[in-house]
Write a protein that binds this ligand. Structure first.
Ligand SMILES: Cc1cc2nc3c(=O)[nH]c(=O)nc-3n(C[C@H](O)[C@H](O)[C@H](O)COP(=O)(O)OP(=O)(O)OC[C@H]3O[C@@H](n4cnc5c(N)ncnc54)[C@H](O)[C@@H]3O)c2cc1C
Length: 363
């Protein structure tokens, strides 16, 4: 007899897991299918940086705040450590300081403070000002995702190493046979050519590839995540402010190569003191298998300007996420009782739980 569930989910990345969490919490019977033996995609390759500050003003910012609050509950229940709390954005240019001051006066800047560089002694010389936000948190994704999956496995049926090859109203075709479910949620990440490829294409979705580094313990502890001037023209919560125009003009002249490679700086610290440092952004449907040393050096250049001489690199990797110029995420309805959910910007860890609530409201 075909097994039947209230909810079936395709994809074992953070978006699929967040939907499973939401359904389990609502008392539903849940099956989740992941084609790999474990999650190996964007959700474990990221910084684990659950970013509220700097997300696009309005609805997306609210989604990130909601997701951050749910993450705190998830972390407590699934035994996931919050590795860092808070964000420091350093400004070494006058134009960047103007953006930070303008941000502070918006509703997004509530509870944020502008510090003097002397209040952030971990920063290299040459900074003008530093914005501190208390909201942002960080988990170690490589362990957090398996822990969340382990918590769910005690309350739902999680099938790893099983591909879903077809989805229709009430039914999934999988590599282990057919399954029935009243509601089906497809969370394929950056798989653009699998399930509902036509819908994904219609939403103008492609891929963005990022390079990442892990550096050895620098010998000091960062009190929170660190970002810099280059981030202020990438994250829409700052970049959409009118004050960002002057900064864009300056950075286009003085950091043309960084901008051409989509390089900005995020630095987070792990429990063993090592630092995860990134990143770059290259847009193409077929991610390049070979990472570029020149791009890594651009990332390390920015690290040097903000935190001083970088300690040795101990790991390098790349990752890809789905991206679209048309929207930051989509909840599509390809057939009745089926939803296709894709975060089409690099903020899935920061918004997945809020988006999952929206998906269930949409049925
Ligand atoms: C290097 C990097 C750094 C990032 N940093 C951050 C950050 O710090 N904070 C943040 O918020 N966001 C960050 N992001 C973005 C974030 O990681 C992504 O938005 C998020 O992980 C997307 O989650 P997902 O579940 O949609 O995709 P994925 O993690 O790619 O998971 C999708 C899963 O679905 C499975 N799947 C697909 N089709 C099928 C099928 N037919 N059958 C079975 N399984 C299937 C795939 O195997 C895959 O495991 C970063 C991304 C990258 C690449």
């Amino acid at each position: 007899m075909t097994k039947s569930y209230d909810v079936a989910i395709v994809g074992g990345g953070i978006v699929g897991l967040a939907h499973a969490w939401s359904a389990v919490k609502a008392g539903q019977t849940v099956a989740l299918f992941e084609r790999h033996a474990r999650a190996t995609g964007a959700s474990i390759r990221n910084f684990g940086f659950i970013t509220v500050t700097g997300q696009q003003r309005g609805d997306f910012h609210a989604l990130a705040m909601r997701t951050r609050n749910i993450w705190l509950e998830v972390a407590e229940q699934a035994g996931i450590a919050i590795e860092q709390r808070g964000l420091y954005i350093s400004a070494r240019y006058a134009e960047s300081e103007d953006v930070l001051r303008a941000f502070l006066y918006t509703e997004m800047g509530e509870d944020c403070r502008l510090l003097r560089p002397a209040d952030a002694p971990f920063l290299a010389k040459g900074q003008r000002a530093v914005l501190h936000s208390p909201y942002d948190i960080r988990v170690e994704s490589r362990t957090a995702i398996p822990k969340l999956s382990g918590w769910l496995a005690e309350r739902a049926d999680l099938f790893y190493g099983v591909s879903v090859t077809g989805v229709d109203s009430g039914r999934l075709e999988t590599s282990m046979g057919d399954i029935r479910a009243e509601r089906i949620i497809v969370c394929p990440g950056d798989d653009l050519s699998g399930l509902f490829a036509d819908r994904i294409k219609a939403h103008n979705v492609s891929r963005c590839q990022l390079q990442m580094l892990r550096l050895t313990d620098p010998g000091f502890r960062l009190p929170g995540a660190v970002m810099s001037d280059l981030s202020l023209i990438r994250y829409l919560g700052y970049a959409d402010l009118p004050e960002a125009e002057a900064l864009k003009t300056r950075l286009q002249t003085e950091h043309a190569e960084h901008l051409a490679n989509g390089v900005h700086l995020i630095v987070v610290q792990s429990a063993d003191g090592s630092l995860v440092v990134g990143d770059s952004h290259h847009y193409h449907d077929a991610p390049e298998p070979f990472t570029s040393e020149a791009v890594d050096q651009l990332i390390l250049d920015e690290y040097r300007a903000v935190l001083g001489a970088p300690p040795p690199v101990i790991e390098r990797w790349s990752g890809a996420y789905a991206t679209s110029p048309d929207q930051l995420f989509l909840i599509d309805r390809p057939v009745p009782d089926v939803r296709l959910v894709v975060v089409t910007c690099g903020a899935g860890a920061s918004t997945a739980f809020g988006i999952a609530e929206r998906t269930f409201q949409s049925f």
